[in-house]
Design a protein around this ligand. Sequence first.
Ligand SMILES: Cc1cc2nc3c(=O)[nH]c(=O)nc-3n(C[C@H](O)[C@H](O)[C@H](O)COP(=O)(O)OP(=O)(O)OC[C@H]3O[C@@H](n4cnc5c(N)ncnc54)[C@H](O)[C@@H]3O)c2cc1C
Length: 373
Amino acid sequence: MTACTTQVVIIGAGIQGSAAARELAARGVDTIVLEADYAGRHASGVNAGGVRTLNRHVAELPLALASKKLWQRISEMVDDDCGYRQTGQLQIAIDEESFERFRIRNGEIARAGLPHMERLLTPSAVRELVPDFVGPLAGGAYVGDDGYALPFHTTQAFRRKAQALGARFIEGATVNAAMNGGSEWCLSTKEGHEVRAKQVLNCAGAWATEVGKLFGDDLRIKPNGSMQIVTSRLPRFLSPVVGITGQSIAAKQFENGTVVIGGGRRSPVDIDIRRAELTLPGLVLAARQAAKFFPLLNEAIVVRCWSGIEGFTPDGLPLIGFGNAPNVVHAAGFSAHGFQLGPAVGMVLADLITVGRSSISLDPFALDRFQET
Ligand SMILES: Cc1cc2nc3c(=O)[nH]c(=O)nc-3n(C[C@H](O)[C@H](O)[C@H](O)COP(=O)(O)OP(=O)(O)OC[C@H]3O[C@@H](n4cnc5c(N)ncnc54)[C@H](O)[C@@H]3O)c2cc1C
């Protein structure tokens, strides 16, 4: 049982909560993070590690581009390189229609005036990048300075740096009640902790809707499982991270030769017991599809697979902003692409807490966009 007082309490020590804690602590703000399990236990620690601006929703690109700049100085931010590698990310179009969508998208990016370019590649340029690809090929879209990082390692690095700067983390602390006492909030946990704070950040990932209700907000984030496969080591054949349009397949090969296959195969979750299930048919399909495009994978064995719990919004964009109750900020619903955004989300949340606004527009992430009028 712990009772303490702080300026800011953060609920959830995933990448968003830990990055916000690091930034708040760096700005001298007294911060406590309450985490139901342990830092990085859920989506932030078990994701595919893709650090990708390629093919992101145009409305999300300003935040993703700000994050890319932070990733490029990640060692300086958290005293750890987080396994960050700018290997490039490639999206392959296997038919003309998909390739045409890349062209349209580049037009949208240009019209939005964003300093971002997704290089369109001819089939032969794609083959040069991924000589082992087999299958129909209309072209590709490529961002050379995208890449990947190690997710659990990264989340822990943010947490360690936040702690070094003075933030306190309490693990095994599941927030289940919140009372507004006028000038401060009093949060209680299932395990018996009590924390009083002037400001609250809800970074509870797939549980953010339940946490939001404690503050009277209806966030409409739905939990879902997302599955991954890791293979045995293979000779080097994949340099960029590769996605294949319309196939729910993404693959990356780490420096040790193992290949992570993901790309959005969903599975059921039980958020009460905090577990995601693996569904064999989905895994088999993902493995078969990946091996169809990269036959070398037929020589690998599956050494590990898992499913991580993620919170999804109806439009796939996160919810970031102030709730209805005073001094409460929500940041959740990252819909399977929030790892890359983490460093910038940490900055944005610290801005909301310390100055009440963000220099990056949060309009696309408005909390009330799903409310019926
Ligand atoms: C399999 C998989 C692959 C993915 N691949 C990628 C990728 O390649 N690139 C990318 O950018 N993104 C990817 N994502 C998405 C990314 O992992 C998430 O968007 C991101 O990690 C969300 O971070 P978070 O901090 O909001 O949530 P989480 O990491 O889920 O953290 C939320 C934390 O809140 C805690 N919590 C919940 N309720 C409470 C409570 N009541 N009290 C206290 N603590 C609580 C939880 O225990 C949890 O630790 C993937 C996700 C999955 C599942």
